[in-house]
Design a protein around this ligand. Structure first.
Ligand SMILES: C[S@@+](CC[C@H](N)C(=O)[O-])C[C@H]1O[C@@H](n2cnc3c(N)ncnc32)[C@H](O)[C@@H]1O
Length: 247
C-alpha cells in the first residue's frame, strides 16, 4: 500500500509570453544519462506498469477532465501508459502526444501503441508552441527532473488559457506504509547512499512546496489531492536470479 499525492487541477491562468528556455526548446539537449538499455524499458512495461504505474493513469485523466476533441501532452510518458489511457477519452477528433527523454522508453511506447505519436524531448524545454494543448499530464516523473521549476513553467507555457495541468507524484516517504520498512532494511544492509537513492523518489511530496511551484509557473485554481494505491510486485524470488545473472 502506498500513499501518493497528486495535484490534479491546475488551470492555465494568463497567456504570458514565450520564455527564453522555451524559445531554445527546438535545440533540446538529450543527455547520455537517459540512454537506458531497451531491456530495462521492456521490463518497465512488462513488470512495473501493471504492478504500479497503470493504476494512476485513469485518476490523472479524470482529474484533467479529458473530453472528446482535446489535445493532450503526456510529459515524461515512459512506455506510454498515460497516453494510452487518455487516447480513447479524447477520440475520435482529439490527439495525444507522448514525450520522453529516453529513447528506449519511446521504442516500447511506439511498439505497444503504434497509432499514437511519441517523440523524444526534454521536459524543461518542450518542443511545442505556446498554448498548443488543452491538457498536460505528467505522471510519476517530476521528482526526476533536474530543473523542476523550468519543467513546470514549460508545461504551463504550452497550455492554452483555461487548460489543465494534471501532475502526479509520490507523497512524502513518512506517509508510505509499504515503502518505509523497505528503506529501513536498505539502510541497515546497504548504507546511507542507498537510502538517499530510495528517498529521492519522494522529494516532491511536500504539498505546500508542490502547490507553490505550480502557482509560480502562472497556474491558477491549484488543488492538491491525495490518492492511495497498491504496489503489486512480483515476489523477491523473481528479481533475485535476474539480478545475479547480470552482476
Ligand atoms: C517512473 S517513469 C514514469 C513514466 C510514465 N509517466 C509512467 O507513469 O509510466 C519516469 C520517466 O521520466 C522520464 N524523464 C526523466 N527525466 C526527464 C526529463 N528531464 N525530460 C523528459 N523525460 C524525463 C524518464 O525517461 C522516464 O521514462
Amino acid at each position: 500500500m502506498g500513499q501518493l499525492t497528486d495535484a490534479p487541477g491546475c488551470r492555465r491562468a494568463d497567456p504570458g509570453a514565450m520564455s527564453e528556455s522555451a524559445q531554445s526548446s527546438q535545440a533540446s539537449p538529450h543527455t547520455e544519462a537517459f540512454d537506458l538499455p531497451l531491456e530495462i524499458a521492456e521490463n518497465y512495461e512488462r513488470v512495473f506498469v501493471p504492478a504500479f504505474f497503470a493504476q494512476w493513469a485513469p485518476m490523472l485523466c479524470e482529474a484533467a477532465g479529458l473530453s472528446p476533441g482535446a489535445r493532450v501532452l503526456d510529459v515524461a510518458c515512459g512506455t506510454g501508459i498515460v497516453a494510452r489511457t487518455a487516447s480513447p477519452l479524447v477520440a475520435p477528433s482529439g490527439q495525444v502526444i507522448g514525450l520522453d527523454a529516453n529513447e528506449a522508453m519511446l521504442t516500447v511506447a511506439r511498439r505497444v501503441a503504434p497509432e499514437l505519436e511519441f517523440q523524444r524531448g526534454e521536459a524543461a524545454a518542450l518542443p511545442f508552441p505556446d498554448r498548443s494543448f488543452d491538457a498536460v499530464l505528467c505522471q510519476m516523473a517530476l521528482m526526476f527532473f533536474a530543473d523542476r521549476r523550468a519543467a513546470v513553467t514549460e508545461m504551463s507555457r504550452v497550455l492554452r488559457p483555461g487548460g489543465v495541468l494534471a501532475l502526479l507524484v509520490p507523497g512524502p516517504l513518512d506517509d508510505q506504509p509499504g515503502f518505509t520498512p523497505f528503506v529501513t532494511v536498505a539502510s541497515r544492509h546497504a548504507g546511507p547512499d542507498a537510502v538517499g537513492l530510495l528517498s529521492s523518489y519522494f522529494v516532491c511530496g511536500d504539498e505546500a512546496a508542490l502547490a507553490g511551484l505550480l502557482v509560480d509557473a502562472g497556474l491558477a485554481d491549484v488543488r492538491v489531492e491525495q490518492r492511495h494505491g497498491i504496489y503489486q510486485a512480483p515476489s523477491a524470488g523473481w528479481y533475485g536470479p535476474r539480478w545475479r545473472a547480470r552482476h
